[in-house]
Write a protein that binds this ligand. Structure first.
Ligand code: GDD
Length: 347
């Protein structure tokens, strides 16, 4: 019998890759997209799966809507990827962030419990929960120390999933995913902001990129690898949470430099703090400058994940390092600007 799966946040970077991967594996995919005046399916269209999957417009912060969705589909698997996922925005909109990131999980778990559906539930947890890290590298046993309303909402959701697992014996797991990027990454996130900005500069534009905290270090992986890790967790009989990462780190500055080289520039960084900037040695043009509006009220300065548990238990490991990811993103952004490729995730 064909397995039915619901993916919330289906038009996000991870949601779209996950729907594509599940469809290719023969699942009946039900893609859940935020209810709004327009239905945003740009990434699903780009991956050419829009006609192969079932689209549902649902407000997952509304219990009745979630209940009706689960009742009508009765899936074997649910991946809850819908979120207000931009950390910086959570400082400006903490209530909306909490509503989307926490209420939706409560609604899903409560509806599954009430309907008594035999379903495996996956929750998108995040390395941001480690925040101001209490040990290094971070693994499944590292205590959380969140630094933003976003991370706090994700911690609450994470504990909720754990509680439904313990209290009711439900099949629900959380993947603690470290940063993961790709050609389909949104432009508000720093890697895509950098690669799309560099592609613009390489195509002749002269307005420099404005960045915030370039000292910040992240463990950056490739999103398509990470959606495979999610599926391994869901397919696995055991009910356990896993860290998904690369166990390597780079600063925002290092990511910028490798991307600038991939775009054909000769980056030279000068100055410190708010006066830091990067020039192209060939043309002397400014590539980036610091703008303090991109600093967060409290930031996470360092994250490095230890993925040995998922490697040992489920055989997962990352297949792309950061220079390879950066090169793919730069090439993609250059193609978009030249018009040889068309993609708009905002529609
Ligand atoms: N977005 C952004 N824009 N970040 C900047 C900038 C800028 O101009 N300049 C410096 N940074 C720094 C941020 O302060 C942060 O320390 C780091 O770059 C990464 O920022 P983001 O790319 O916005 O990602 P994030 O680490 O905050 O969160 C992402 O990864 C998490 C872990 O998987 C998001 O995808 C989260 O939803 C996810 O949970």
């Amino acid at each position: 019998m064909t397995k039915k799966v619901i993916v919330t946040g289906a038009n996000g970077q991870d949601g779209a890759y996950l729907c594509q991967s599940l469809f290719k594996k023969g699942y009946e995919v039900h893609a859940c997209i935020r209810r709004g005046s327009t239905t945003k399916t740009g990434r699903l269209k780009f991956l050419d799966i829009i006609d192969d999957i079932h689209i549902h417009q649902v407000d997952i912060t509304d219990y009745i809507s979630v209940m009706n969705l689960l009742k009508s589909i009765r899936p074997q698997q649910v991946y809850n990827l819908a979120a207000q996922s931009f950390v910086q925005d959570s400082f400006n909109n903490p209530m909306v962030t909490s509503k989307i990131n926490l209420d939706s999980v409560m609604n899903m778990l409560e509806a599954i419990k009430t309907l008594e559906i035999d379903v495996k539930f996956y929750q998108a947890s995040t390395s941001e929960m480690f925040g101001d890290v209490l040990s290094d590298p971070q693994n499944e046993d590292t205590p959380f120390n969140p630094m933003s309303p976003y991370a706090i909402s994700k911690c609450c959701a994470h504990y909720l999933v754990k509680n439904y697992r313990i209290a009711y014996g439900m099949q629900c797991v959380s993947g603690i995913l470290f940063n993961h990027e790709s050609e389909l990454r949104g432009r508000e996130f720093v890697t895509r902001k950098i690669t799309s900005g560099l592609a613009r500069l390489a195509s002749g534009d002269t307005v420099s990129i404005k960045l915030g905290n370039c000292d910040s270090k992240r463990d950056w992986g490739y999103a398509p690898d990470y959606v495979e890790a999610m599926q391994l967790m869901v397919e696995e009989k055991t009910n356990s949470d896993y860290v998904v990462s690369t166990n390597t780190i780079a600063s925002v500055r290092e990511f910028f430099t490798m991307s600038a080289l991939a775009a054909g520039f000769k980056p030279v960084i000068e100055g410190e703090g708010l006066n830091e900037r990067c020039l192209d040695a060939t043309t002397n043009r400014i590539l980036y400058e610091i703008d303090k509006k991109y600093y967060r009220p409290s930031d996470v300065s360092y994250l490095k994940g230890d993925y040995s548990k998922i490697q040992n238990d489920l055989g997962w490991r990352p297949t792309h390092d950061l220079p390879a990811i950066s090169e793919k993103m730069i090439k993609f952004d250059l193609k978009l600007l030249s018009g040889s490729l068309s993609f708009d995730y905002t529609i």
